[in-house]
Design a protein around this ligand. Structure first.
Ligand code: PHE
Length: 350
């Protein structure tokens, strides 16, 4: 290949867009000052007998360059069209910003609140940093109770007497105190108390598939006249059927919590195997779901409420435990690791 052809081929190869190609065209085959034009000038000065041969050679150069330029132009135009089609389509919707969503545990707590709301229950909130008075004393928990020890409870070193609440039951004490103030004026005015208290609680537990030092509970409480176990059982049956399905059975087993008397643990018939026995209910057909009981008179009296006139019930349930069961999640840590794929797959808790 001739020197001039090689230089042209290199320049053509390097030509990445149509503007550059146009400049190259000018430089090689343009009317004035181009390589082809200069060759024609030289041709004019050539001896007569060589003109025909040299003229043919110049024309051959020009023709090859023109063909090369044309082919390259077609390629570049095709490429431009293809890029345009893939990156710009005015009819496509704009990229949507990712939408946030409530955490599955919050959605489950909201659902519990929704189940109780038609029964006249409102939501009470208490602080996560509590006093020993609210977390223990007001709940009839004796000074030597093991739960008070620093092996189980996070105490705030810089604030004596302050701790991270170990359950949502201190909201009972806070609320009862508010209603019991001024000789139970508010209690009399409202004719009773009904509330749910969802929230975070803390215990010194090692992290494993079923334990976390921070977890969630929902507390429920009702105070009124002549309230007994029958009201507790009826309300729980209604609520747990709303949550787990209309065929759910419940059973109460005697248990002990210092702030209730009598106290019980409540099981539901396993919602996953219809009580036939499976891994979740460990073959028994029943799953323990919450602790409950009739409010101990000492709890009412501590808050300034006459326990001869008023009585009530309370329950506390673990939210993670219920979420794990409903979603068949084997490891509670998944709820706190915030892997978006897991959180999105948890839509079933609504
Ligand atoms: N607070 C108890 C717990 O954390 C649960 C409970 C609440 C039991 C109310 C009875 C009444 O285990």
């Amino acid at each position: 290949m001739d020197e001039a052809d090689r230089a042209f081929a290199g320049a053509l190869e390097a030509c990445a867009d149509l503007d550059t190609l146009l400049r190259l065209k000018g430089a090689y085959v343009g009317r004035e000052g181009s390589h082809a034009a200069r060759m024609m000038d030289l041709l004019k000065a050539a001896p007569k007998e060589q003109k025909r041969e040299l003229g043919a050679a110049v024309n051959a150069f020009k023709q090859r360059w023109e063909e090369g330029l044309k082919a390259r132009q077609a390629d570049l135009e095709a490429a431009k069209k293809a890029v345009g089609a893939s990156s710009w389509d005015a009819t496509l919707p704009p990229p949507m910003p990712a939408r946030g969503a409530l955490h599955p545990l919050n959605r489950l707590m909201d659902r519990l609140v929704d189940v109780f709301r038609p029964l006249g229950f409102h939501v009470e909130e208490g602080p996560e940093v509590e006093t020993e008075e609210h977390n223990f004393d007001g709940l009839n928990i004796p000074a030597d109770h093991p739960a008070r020890g620093s092996a189980d409870t996070f105490y705030l070193a810089a604030h004596p007497g302050r701790l991270l609440r170990t359950h949502t039951s201190p909201v009972q004490v806070q609320t009862l105190k508010r209603y019991g103030k001024d000789g139970a004026r508010l209690l009399n005015e409202k004719g009773g108390i009904r509330f749910l208290a969802p929230g975070r609680v803390y215990r010194k537990d090692e992290i494993d598939p079923t334990h976390s030092p921070m977890f969630h509970q929902v507390e429920g409480m009702l105070v009124g006249h002549g309230i007994g176990m029958q009201h507790l059982k009826g309300t729980l049956e209604y609520a747990l059927r709303a949550l787990f399905g209309p065929h759910t059975e419940i059973r109460l087993r005697p248990s002990y919590f210092p702030f209730v008397e009598p106290g019980c643990e409540v099981d539901v018939s396993c919602p996953l195997c219809a009580a036939k026995g499976c891994r979740v209910c460990k073959g028994s057909g029943w799953v323990e779901i919450l602790g409950a009981g009739l409010i101990h008179p000492n709890v009412l009296e501590f808050a300034g409420i006459d326990s001869k006139e008023w009585s009530g019930w309370a329950f506390g349930m673990g939210v993670e435990r219920m979420a794990m069961m409903l979603s068949q999640t084997p490891d509670l840590r998944l709820f706190f690791e915030n892997d978006q794929r897991f959180l999105e797959a948890m839509g079933g808790l609504d």
